[in-house]
Design a protein around this ligand. Structure first.
Ligand code: ADP
Ligand code: MG
Length: 509
């Protein structure tokens, strides 16, 4: 080999060494990056851990807070609001009733035909209407005039001439899911505007009366027979179908629960008159808080940056509004700490860009290459070409966040059951029997559930049911039924209008 050949061979060897060194260094960097994201995931798993012992502590804390909220006004973060609903539908209601369900930017009008026999809702029609943007910041009269005219149109389209005579008053259930101080089962004053509404002259006014006046102005002969929130509507529908229903929970954009309480347990309202001996209590459980809740730095940051810090702590760990954003925060941390996602995408910095239906879609992705995960990372977060092992990691993040939410939700439900003595065998035994040591048979207990998170997110539902079994023990859990009440908030209000129009319940104290 000549000198030139030797030089060439040496150059080639050197180049090979450099390439190898670069490759080794890249591989080491990749490994370091991978180790860092795995550490972020492990920290998340540890921070979100919900072993059954901790869930039982949450159960106890929920029951304790419920007692405190019933004992005195402001005694707990749980408001435990009186609804003045003493009687729930029995299934025997008969006739045609209407409902108006006003939630965020849409309202729905419903008409329900009841046959007078259990579980026979003969017919129901629903129409969804958007509320024009300008009316959300206008005046009470303008908003309610708009709603009343749409309701009147709906009534005229649906009704046969023979159904109502000109003088006959129709009965309406009004579902109004905003903070209201209820004065009776059909009246209540608005405490504050939320969810994008800003109609200052409505605050402090009786919303039923505002609607009633608008209906009169627009020539609609209809009476607001019940004013309820969505949880109470859902409980009413649950009870209509199944009288063992004692509580209802909403898992949608937000979360809340209500249940049937003994009137004498509502200590803050002594001397409450109730023909049935009970009253539905609206817990406003989204604001529940306990030091036993497993809280991570992501939850702390989300809360600090929210418009309502220190408020709705339970809701911020559980509801559809927030789960996607917790996942976004974890992926952002992973992306900042390593380059497994490539350069940090500016989209990851946008709050609420990753919505909960997207994390459900990633979590449910059963394609071998996780194509849905790749699509959402690319299209929503502008992170292209994510390797499969990193996509798997993202699915795991969705799993950890949703599993914690569902298990805490289950603990909340068992907290309610504990408060009313339905969480254990013999819990409903008469005291003499219990003292004698004989266990009475566990009563069947039904909890009605409504909301897009529960209905559409399979893994949320499965984790919730699994945790109910773990906390209660299978022998008790088999007597507890979680029942999906689709459209409960609307139909339930019509049912309450029906039961209240016929009811002799004493609404006022
Ligand atoms: P709202 O709570 O606003 O009255 P819904 O009960 O319909 O309305 O719930 C809507 C919420 O449910 C959405 O904000 C979203 O968080 C959640 N959601 C809707 N679809 C899905 C889905 N496919 N997977 C997971 N969550 C969903
Ligand atoms: Mg709703």
């Amino acid at each position: 080999m000549g000198k030139v050949g030797v030089a060439l061979a040496a150059a080639c060897a050197a180049a090979a060494c450099v390439t190898a060194a670069v490759m080794v260094s890249r591989r080491m960097k990749r490994r370091r990056g991978w180790r860092k994201v795995v550490t972020v995931l492990e920290d998340l798993e540890e921070g979100c851990a919900t072993p059954v012992g901790r869930l039982r502590q949450v159960v106890d804390a929920m029951a304790v807070e419920m007692h405190a909220g019933l004992a005195s006004e402001g005694g707990s973060k749980l408001k435990m609001l009186l609804t003045y609903v003493h009687n729930l539908p029995t299934g025997m209601e008969k006739g045609i009733y209407y409902a108006l369900d006003l939630d965020d930017t849409n309202f729905r009008v419903l008409r329900v035909k009841l046959g007078g026999q259990r579980s026979t809702i003969l017919d129901h029609d629903v129409e969804r209407q958007p509320i024009p943007q300008h009316l959300m910041t206008s005046t009470t009269e303008e908003l309610f005039d708009f709603i009343a005219t749409k309701l009147k149109d709906f009534v005229e389209r649906q009704e046969n001439v023979s159904e109502f005579s000109v003088e006959e008053t129709r009965e309406l259930g009004f579902t109004f899911s905003f903070p209201v101080k209820q004065n009776s089962s059909s009246t209540g004053t608005l405490l504050k505007c939320t969810k994008g509404f800003s109609i200052e002259d409505m605050v402090g006014r009786d919303v039923s009366q505002c609607l009633q006046e608008a209906m009169s102005r627009n020539g609609l002969n209809m009476r607001v027979a019940a004013l309820v929130n969505d949880t109470v509507g859902t409980l009413a529908l649950g009870h209509y179908h199944d009288q063992d229903t004692v509580a209802s929970v909403i898992f949608g954009t937000g979360t809340n629960a209500c249940y049937l309480e003994r009137a004498d347990a509502i200590i803050k309202c002594q001397g409450l008159l109730s023909t049935s001996g009970g009253m539905v209590v609206n817990m406003e459980w989204g604001n529940f808080w306990s030091s036993h809740l497993p809280r991570t730095s992501y939850d702390v940051d989300l809360d600090c940056e929210s418009p309502n810090p220190n408020d709705q702590g339970f809701e911020k760990m559980i509801s559809g509004m927030y789960l996607g954003d917790i996942v976004r925060r974890v992926v952002l941390r992973m992306s900042q700490e390593s380059d497994v996602f490539g350069p940090v995408s500016s989209r990851l910095l946008v709050p609420f860009i990753l919505r909960t239906p997207m994390i459900a879609a990633m979590h449910d992705d059963d394609s071998p290459n996780l194509m849905e995960v790749a699509r959402i990372l690319r299209d929503t977060l502008q992170i292209p070409d994510v390797p499969l092992n990193v996509r798997k990691l993202v699915v795991k993040v969705c799993d950890v966040v949703t599993r914690r939410a569902a298990r805490l939700a289950a603990a909340g439900i068992v907290g309610i059951l504990k408060k009313i003595g339905r969480d254990r065998n013999g819990g409903t035994a008469s005291s003499s029997k219990a003292k004698g040591g004989s266990q009475s048979k566990m009563r069947r207990t039904v909890v009605a559930v409504e909301g897009g998170l529960y209905t559409n997110y399979t893994m949320f539902r499965e984790y919730l049911n699994e945790a109910m079994g773990e906390i209660l023990g299978e022998d008790v859990a088999e007597h507890v039924v979680i029942r999906d009440m689709d459209d409960g908030s609307g139909i339930g209000a019509a049912l309450l209008a029906a039961s209240h129009s016929a009811s002799l319940a004493i609404d006022n104290i």
